[in-house]
Design a protein around this ligand. Structure first.
Ligand code: ADP
Ligand code: MG
Length: 676
């Protein structure tokens, strides 16, 4: 069998199953063997009741004490059962599994496995998996892969199919035995086998190392080639430096920081050259990247050329558009911006496209999909992308296709240490904005448990009374299967009930219609709302300097980098700002993690500390949301592998090492460099 063969080649897989798998993005055998587990079940030796640790997934061997009871709440059957051993007793709870009552026999021992929680000093488990002693013994010591699933596809099905596929494919290793030993890597076939069916942590680590290496290598060879191509892109009509940018800088209500001034000079110089600019501006949230983009757009306009600014979300695109339009009006700038986003009607879009094609509009601001696909420019000189980490490498490439000799400027808040940035952004020049505007006061942070909620509400109320605004972040949109996790819809009602009527509260989340989202953001921006309860849709780029409080519910559910991005929504004005991280889980490990945020407001420091805490043992920890995302490689955790792959990529480019390019998917359009 071949990589490209459809799943239906496998025994026991019919058309129906194949359709279900295609929902997971798996259509061919090649895709199936690269459908990696998201975690593993370990089946470690069961513990005694007194040794259970809240916050961990553990197994306990215990005896059923008395008959299980059944209650109904919110239309749901909830079964409770007391169990124990010589060291203590505890309670087990199951939701929507009334039949469990008939399964559990009082006086018998079972193995229960699940998340341990604490309630009044006693351990409890919600919805544990139940095993007979014999069943558990058979599993113990093995690692069972856990796959991302969809309705109709069970974990067992995926396991069976993967096993069959691995047996029937002949897997060619693109790396020679010599290279494998030089870079201390295991063979590809072995790596694929071990990532699905490891017998322990070491297997997973070795497999991950190899698979991450391949992923990084493919990526790096590609961007290094891109760099060579970039350097050959000749700009026929370079831009000239203009007065207007100096005038704008002089009219701003604030002074540029030294770093902003330095980076602007770098950009201005690039734009005057005969070689196309490819520059990344990296700066922590709030360091003031937007104004640099505006200056570059203005420089194009003053040269009678066109430019565009792409944002990852509609909300952000509109915010940039409004800000530029306001500036153009206030300071009489020679820019004619237009907005292009998906929620506009077909007619509006057509109109805007005509304005761009004729040259009547010179700055186009929009979401990246729209700008890339549908627009033909009269005279494009510059493309700016904001919050670059949201875009993958592929997008970087298509940009270059857009026009000949077009300058490219990307802006990112992803805190990537310099050594890694040089490799990852090998196709770009990197400028670092390493200075915050002086008028800012550092954000005050605290990490608290839910007993603090009343005080937090009183605090928000006081800030609102003083004329400020607040964000509250919940992990979910609506009530779901996860217990004890706050959701935006219910929370908004709860908060409205808890606060005086005069406080204007609204909900914002990703499932809303674009126009509705827009309206709410506008209302919040214009201070027609006081408190915004939201999911992480506000994570990127939103700028409302009057907002001074951020309360994050279930902070334990977010990665540190993401929490840092979220926190970046406050502390943007002159007022003191506050960030309250509220956790629903008071385990020590979590508090230590969140304490990093408490101690520092510096994104680079946080990324580094997070990395240290996670350590190499944490195979599938919380992903650094917001960082360049690969299918298996993690630029922080696997930074050593990344650097090694960079070295081999150089040898490939110099011609010293030759790889079977097609097999590695090198330079094929449509390759998936997972963007978020
Ligand atoms: P980010 O780097 O996160 O994109 P923004 O460009 O959105 O940050 O800037 C954050 C806020 O700081 C904005 O309200 C902006 O007007 C303001 N700002 C930018 N530069 C300065 C400065 N040098 N001094 C004071 N405020 C500034
Ligand atoms: Mg920004």
């Amino acid at each position: 069998m071949q990589n490209q063969d459809p799943l239906s080649c496998l025994k026991g897989v019919g058309g129906k199953t194949a359709t279900l798998f295609s929902k997971l993005g798996v259509e061919t055998l090649g895709q199936l063997i690269r459908y990696y587990p998201r975690d593993y079940d370990h089946f470690e030796a069961p513990e005694a009741v007194q040794d259970l640790i809240p916050g961990k997934i553990m197994a306990v061997r215990a005896c059923v004490i008395g008959a299980p009871s059944l209650v109904r709440a919110k239309g749901m059957a909830i079964a409770h059962c007391n169990v124990g051993d010589v060291t203590g007793t505890m309670r087990m709870t199951w939701f929507r599994m009334p039949y469990i009552r008939n399964v559990l026999k009082p006086g018998r021992f079972y193995i229960f496995r699940g998340m341990v929680k604490g309630a009044g000093g006693k351990p409890v488990m919600e919805h544990p998996r139940l095993f007979s002693e014999e069943e558990y013994l058979a599993l113990s010591g093995t690692w069972q892969p856990k796959y991302p699933l969809t309705t109709g596809v069970t974990n067992h099905m995926v396991q069976k199919c993967v096993r069959q596929a691995l047996q029937s494919l002949s897997i060619q290793d693109p790396l020679s035995p010599g290279l494998l030993s030089q870079y201390r890597l295991i063979g590809l076939e072995q790596a694929l086998y071990l990532i699905h069916f490891p017998s322990g942590a070491q297997d997973v680590q070795a497999a991950r190392r190899r698979l991450a290496f391949d992923e990084f290598l493919t990526f790096l060879v590609q961007i290094k080639r891109q760099k060579i191509l970039n350097e050959a892109v000749i700009v026929e009509r370079p831009l000239s430096a203009v007065q207007e940018t100096e005038q704008l800088i002089a009219s701003l209500p604030y002074e540029l920081t030294g770093a902003q001034r330095r980076v602007w000079k770098e950009i201005e110089k690039d734009l005057q050259r005969h070689v196309a600019m490819n520059r990344l501006v990296q700066g922590d949230v709030g360091s003031g990247k937007t104004i640099l983009a505006f200056l570059a757009l203005l420089m194009c306009s003053a040269n009678d050329r066109q430019s565009c600014l792409m944002a990852p979300t509609e909300v952000l695109a509109r915010q940039h558009f409004d800000a530029l339009q306001r500036m153009a009006k206030d300071f009489c700038l020679p820019v004619h911006p237009v907005l292009l986003i998906g929620s506009m009607t077909a007619r509006q879009k057509k109109e805007v496209q005509n304005l761009i094609a004729s040259g009547a509009a010179d700055v186009v601001i929009g979401t990246h999909a729209l700008i890339q696909e549908k627009v033909s420019y009269r005279d494009l000189a510059l493309v700016v992308t904001d919050e670059q980490h949201r875009f993958g490498v592929r997008q970087r490439e298509t940009l270059a296709d857009k026009g000949n000799g077009v300058h490219v400027l990307v802006m990112s808040a992803t805190p990537i240490p310099r050594t890694l940035a040089i490799v990852l952004y090998g196709d770009l020049q990197v400028s670092v904005l390493d200075e915050m505007p002086k008028s800012r006061l550092p954000i005050k942070n605290c990490v608290v448990d839910t007993s603090f909620r009343k005080k937090a509400y009183a605090f928000i109320q006081a800030q609102v009374d003083a004329g400020r605004q607040a964000y509250v972040i919940c992990p979910m949109v609506e009530e779901g299967e996860m217990e004890g996790v706050e959701n935006v819809l219910d929370y908004t009602e709860k908060l409205k009930a808890a606060m005086p009527d005069k406080i204007r509260i609204a909900a914002l989340h990703g499932k809303m219609k674009a126009a509705q989202k827009q309206q709410i953001m506008e209302d919040f921006s214009a201070h027609r709302l006081d408190v915004l309860v939201s999911t992480t849709v506000i994570e990127v780029g939103i700028d409302v300097p009057n907002a001074t409080v951020m309360l994050v519910e279930n902070a334990e559910r977010f990665g540190l980098a993401q929490l840092h991005q979220l926190r970046g929504r406050v502390g943007r004005g002159r007022q003191q700002s506050f960030c309250i991280f509220m956790t629903g889980d008071d385990s020590g490990a979590n508090n230590r993690r969140l304490d990093i945020l408490n101690r520092s407001n510096d994104g680079f420091f946080i990324a580094n500390e997070d990395l240290k805490l996670r350590g190499p043992g944490d195979l599938f920890g919380i992903r650094q949301s917001g960082a360049l995302d690969f299918a298996i490689g993690d630029i922080y955790q696997d930074s050593d592998v990344l650097l090694l792959a960079g070295e081999l990529a150089d040898r490939v480019l110099s011609g010293e090492v030759v790889l079977p390019e097609e097999e590695m998917g090198l330079f094929q359009k449509g390759i998936d460099y997972r963007t978020i």
